[in-house]
Design a binder for this molecule. Structure first.
Ligand code: AGP
Length: 612
């Protein structure tokens, strides 16, 4: 996905646009650009690479004006390049457009426009929108109407910011499936993909819904539906603060967010139990006995790290609640014609609340009558607004592309939902509930314990094995799932090929890949499976592997087979996933640091993938 920002007011737009784009780089950083209305028309400056490159370009070749739009890109159509960077001009440099999304029928529209004599500079779908708006504008001489008519032709997703050289006092914005908010200032107004871009100026915004447009001027904001009718919207006031969006002294957002996890888990547990601590209270979620008695299966659907958090939920719900639970990646779920109906509970998990595949999976589930519960971090996001119930994960901004604290928050949400459903269906005794509650209350301090003690051992292990080219993560049950998340982290930020594998399955082929000094992370926190996984570690050791084991304190016999061991504090078998993942996060972080990679903005990635 991409980041969009716009400004209209009494100051030079460029500094506002650049700082906004820097706050949005987690959405993509293949290229960046700005378009500004100047006395002699629209000035555009854009450059391949991060916003820093654009900043340098502007030093040598400035533009300035009081109305402008900016864009930071995650490439979909056309490779990252100056030419494909947004903003895009129409012919005649009358219209300038920034866009987040995919215009699925852009080739058909482009052919039509080329037949009319339009010329194209780039390989992007967005340039088609710029020329189509211009084509309508020449007919109706009304920018808002020209954009509206264009949107009626476009198939696909968009968040758009549009300038016109004839309309020096306004920005037109529009949204369908890609997020866009209209920031409300004093004598100035903004558009943005997400609140971090404009938080230093305002916390108040209108959240555009699908197929809505906005006419934004310095002293007015008008919002319209796709038919052109003006509509009223309520103001949303964000609770974020600027400090939360900064690094607070950490070298990277990822490290800051790793160290925020004790508080995040504590916040997610707070106020979610009854006064006497004997019942779960889930923020007004309507999933009581009445709703649950009609449910005969559960689907958990998500992408990436959120999918792994959901998988933890699958294991726990099946073990404790004894309901069939299917866990699917959203991009598979939505095309497999899933067997769901009004007796299915679909739980979607998403940090950003904007992941296109997860949002589409949610809509498919609702279309088939399923009840949808969303576990979401971003307040007011598309997924949060579409779901029947929302459990917010209260993790605050997660800026680093590699998700850490959101995973812990999502898994905590899974713990709460499992306990809630188990209680509602009478599947858990008061004693077992109390035992788990006691263990949950210790989690924040136990996370902190690992964070303060494990780093030296992890850094030593990283230094020993930093040259590794292939890494395996092996485990059984919940440990296997945790290894999936650990493996993804290493791929994402250290660019090391790694593979999670069910420890008991390795011998059915993949063990052929184990050779001298192959690095294996063995997750062995599940004590009921300890001996089995320990013997699997012996198997890989016998073939030359080097093993870093993650085990629960008290299981020191693991030292007989592992080269290095990171111990996590003892906890209930159900709750080991968050604790076991902390060393994995740190391992990936220090490996990437040692390799000199860009930890917060890893190549090819974006924080939320709002395109399919
Ligand atoms: C995780 O580190 C990645 N950034 C990615 O897998 C992410 O979890 C996935 O894209 C889902 O994003 P979401 O939680 O915002 O839906």
């Amino acid at each position: 996905m991409c980041g969009i920002v716009g400004y209209v007011g009494r100051h030079n737009a460029v500094p506002v646009l650049i700082s906004g784009l820097e706050s949005l780089e987690y959405r993509g950083y293949d290229s960046a650009g700005v378009a500004v209305l100047q006395n002699d028309g629209i000035g555009i400056r854009k450059a391949k690479g991060k916003v820093d490159n654009l900043r340098t370009l502007l030093l040598n070749n400035p533009v300035s004006g009081k109305v402008g739009i900016g864009h930071t890109r995650w490439a979909t159509h056309g490779a990252p390049s100056d030419r494909n960077a947004h903003p895009h001009f129409s012919n005649g440099e009358v219209i300038a457009v920034v866009h987040n999304g995919i215009i699925e029928n852009y080739q058909e529209l482009k052919d039509e426009l080329e037949a009319k004599g339009y010329k194209f500079e780039s390989e992007t779908d967005t340039e088609t929108a710029a020329n189509l708006i211009y084509d309508f504008y020449k007919e109706c001489n009304d920018l808002l109407e020209a954009v509206r008519l264009t949107l009626e032709r476009i198939e696909g997703s968009y968040a758009l910011g549009v300038l016109c050289s004839d309309c020096p006092d306004q920005i037109i914005a529009a949204r369908k499936e890609s997020p866009l908010i209209i920031g409300i200032g004093q004598g100035e107004n903004f558009i943005a993909s997400d609140i971090p871009a404009i938080l230093e100026y305002t916390r108040d915004a209108y959240i555009l819904d699908d197929k809505e447009l906005a006419l934004v001027k310095a002293d007015s904001i008008q919002i319209f539906d796709i038919e052109g009718n003006e509509i009223e919207k309520s103001v949303y006031s964000y609770k974020w603060n600027v400090e939360a969006a900064q690094k607070s002294g950490y070298d990277h957002f990822m490290l800051k967010e790793i160290y925020e996890q004790p508080k995040v888990v504590k916040d997610n547990l707070a106020h979610r139990f009854s006064e006497d601590g004997k019942h779960i209270e889930l923020d007004g979620i309507k999933l009581g006995k009445e709703q649950l008695k009609n449910i005969n299966q559960i689907y958990i659907v998500a992408c990436g790290t959120a999918y792994y958090a959901g998988l933890v939920g699958k294991y726990l719900l099946e073990r404790i609640v004894r309901i069939p639970v299917n866990s699917e990646v959203a991009s598979e779920f939505r095309y497999k014609d899933p067997l769901i109906d009004e007796h299915t509970l679909v739980i979607v998990v998403s940090q950003s609340g904007e992941t296109a595949d997860t949002l589409s999976a949610l809509k498919l589930a609702k279309d088939r009558g399923a009840r949808v519960l969303a576990i979401v971090n971003a307040v007011g996001s598309s997924i949060a607004r579409e779901a029947d119930d929302v459990l917010y994960t209260l993790a605050g901004f997660e800026i680093a592309v590699a998700s850490t604290k959101a995973f812990s928050a999502q898994v905590t949400a899974m713990y709460l939902i499992t306990l809630h459903i188990a209680q509602e269906l009478g599947k858990i005794s008061d004693e077992d509930f109390a035992e788990i509650k006691t263990a949950l209350d210790k989690l924040p301090s136990q996370i902190n314990d690992i964070l303060t003690k494990a780093v030296p051992a992890i850094r030593k292990f990283v230094n020993k094995y930093i040259g590794s080219k292939n890494v395996f993560y092996i485990g059984r049950g919940l440990d296997y799932v945790v290894g999936m998340e650990g493996s993804l982290k290493l791929k994402e930020i250290a660019y090391l090929h790694s593979e999670p594998y069910a420890a008991g399955e390795l011998k059915h082929g993949p063990i052929a890949l184990i050779e001298e000094a192959t690095l294996v992370v063995g997750v062995v926190t599940q004590e009921s499976l300890f001996d089995k996984t320990k013997s699997n570690i012996k198997e890989v050791k016998a073939r030359g592997a080097k093993v870093l084991a993650i085990a629960m304190k008290g299981n020191s016999s693991i030292e007989e087979v592992a080269d290095d061991v990171i111990y996590i504090p003892r906890t209930h078998w159900m709750l080991t996933s968050i604790l076991a993942n902390i060393p994995q996060q740190l391992f990936a972080y220090y490996m990437a640091l040692g390799l000199g990679e860009d930890i917060d903005k890893p190549r090819n990635l974006a924080k939320s993938v709002t395109v399919e």
